[in-house]
Design a protein around this ligand. Structure first.
Ligand code: LLP
Length: 418
């Protein structure tokens, strides 16, 4: 376990969380290097045997040190913007292991990715395909592509993070995709390489993935009959993690369920995991500023807020909360809330927690994915530092922002200065 109590103090690997808090203050994100490695290797082990590729979904956590740790283990990247490509390249990704998804790629981003020599663009519409062909032509290149198809399966997850249903903005309907493939195949500056689908995130059973894969296999077969042979099948990301008591499948289970069908068709499998690599490798550490008792409720008012960790406010997501100093006696039901001026600013509601005092530290668990990357400066709160632990050593991998950082790039025009 990357995060566990030793002598009554929560540790990340061999470092007491308290020690870091004392040195750099709170709040902050804290990542375990060994847990990150474990997360990647669960995928690389399962996929390497099949000749497949792990393309880590950079959106889940894009800190350069985190990316570097993941790429060092042999993974590539799934990116959705020029900014993510920039980060991935800066962290030393192999461009030949980069896939580029997203419904709104700009021409500038396409040109950037073409110059970088990425593995493939996951194209999401016919118009995008036409634009990509043009951009590739002006760059004197052939753009390698997969078409993102919409398998129309219900992943039984939160509606905001379901992406493979017919009514969603993502991908092209499977039926319609055949004619788009034919069109792509005849385009001068396009090279058809594969098929892509992504049905959603935090999926905790294997069947929606297998259903989606079956539909994609049927498409691969139909395309073959039409003379279009694919090399890659990218089944997206989405394996869930344990936030509370979920029991998600392992990467190996999923790969085993579909690898033979892939081999039979000669397609290599690509997976784009995000959350399942970094989610449980990170926590968010915050301090109790005030204990506020009202007639109805007790509030632990902490220095971390919805701008730092948006998931509870945005999806009503559950994150376990542990005291950094282990408490065994005295329980209370409390809301853990931040200083932001919004009722939705909470990290937990009606949560049974130990009786704690002002100044004590809390660890918000499973915060490594979609934590820092979704943070903002709302209420002019500087973004928090990120720290990585390797055994008994720790490293600040992103500094706390300063007030100067908050106003960087802002200007008051001359006419307002009079
Ligand atoms: N590939 C594509 C095309 C995606 O859209 C996503 C996530 C992934 C891979 C990675 O999925 P994962 O393995 O992390 O489930 N902010 C939300 C999650 C949004 C996911 C968006 N797409 C949250 O905090 O739950």
């Amino acid at each position: 376990m990357a995060f566990s109590y030793k002598n009554g103090e929560l540790h990340c690997e061999d470092v007491p969380v308290k020690e870091i808090a004392e040195k750099i203050g709170t709040p902050f994100y804290l990542y375990s290097y060994s847990e990150l490695k474990k997360g990647v290797s669960a995928y690389t082990k399962a996929l390497n045997a099949t000749g497949g590729i792990v393309c880590y979904a950079v959106k889940a956590n894009s800190n350069l040190a985190v990316l570097r740790a993941i790429f060092k283990e042999g993974a590539g990247a799934d990116i959705v913007s020029g900014g993510e490509l920039f980060r991935a390249l800066r962290a030393g990704v192999d461009p030949k292991k980069v896939v580029f998804a997203g419904v709104g790629k700009t021409e500038k981003e396409m040109a950037y990715a073409l110059r970088a020599g990425i593995l493939m663009f996951n194209v999401e519409s016919e118009e995008e395909l036409e634009v990509l062909n043009e951009v590739a032509k002006s760059e004197g290149k052939k753009a390698p592509i997969a078409i993102r198809v919409n398998p129309d399966v219900d992943p039984q997850t939160h509606p905001y993070i379901s992406t493979g249903l017919k009514e969603s903005k993502f991908g092209i309907d499977i039926e319609e995709s055949i004619k788009v493939y034919e069109k792509a195949n005849n385009m001068e500056n396009i090279e058809v390489l594969g098929v892509h689908c992504h049905i959603g995130s935090q999926i905790t059973s294997i069947s929606p993935f297998v259903d989606a894969a079956q539909r994609v296999f049927a498409l691969i077969d139909r395309l073959k009959e039409a003379g279009i042979t694919l090399k890659f099948m990218d089944i997206g990301g989405g394996i869930g993690i344990t936030y509370k008591n979920e029991t998600p499948p392992s990467p190996e289970e999923l790969v085993n369920a579909i690898k033979d069908e892939c081999a039979r068709r000669g397609v290599k499998l690509i997976m784009e995991p995000g959350r399942s690599i970094v989610g449980n490798a990170g926590i968010f550490v915050t301090k109790i500023l005030y204990v506020k008792k009202k007639a109805e409720k007790t509030f632990y008012i902490v220095d971390g807020a919805m701008n730092d960790l948006a998931r509870p406010a945005l999806y009503n997501a559950y994150h376990e909360i542990k005291p950094v100093r282990e408490h065994t006696t005295g329980r209370i039901v409390a809301d853990v809330v931040g200083p932001i001026c919004e009722t939705g600013d909470f990290l937990a509601r009606k949560r049974e927690l130990p009786l704690l005092k002002r100044g004590e530290l809390l660890a918000v668990m499973s915060a490594g994915a979609y934590g820092f990357t979704m943070s903002s400066n709302y209420n002019s709160r500087p973004r928090v530092p990120e720290v990585m632990v390797n055994r008994d050593q720790w490293f600040v991998v992103r500094e706390r922002e300063s007030y100067e950082d908050l106003v960087r790039g802002e200007k008051i025009p001359e006419f307002l200065m009079e």
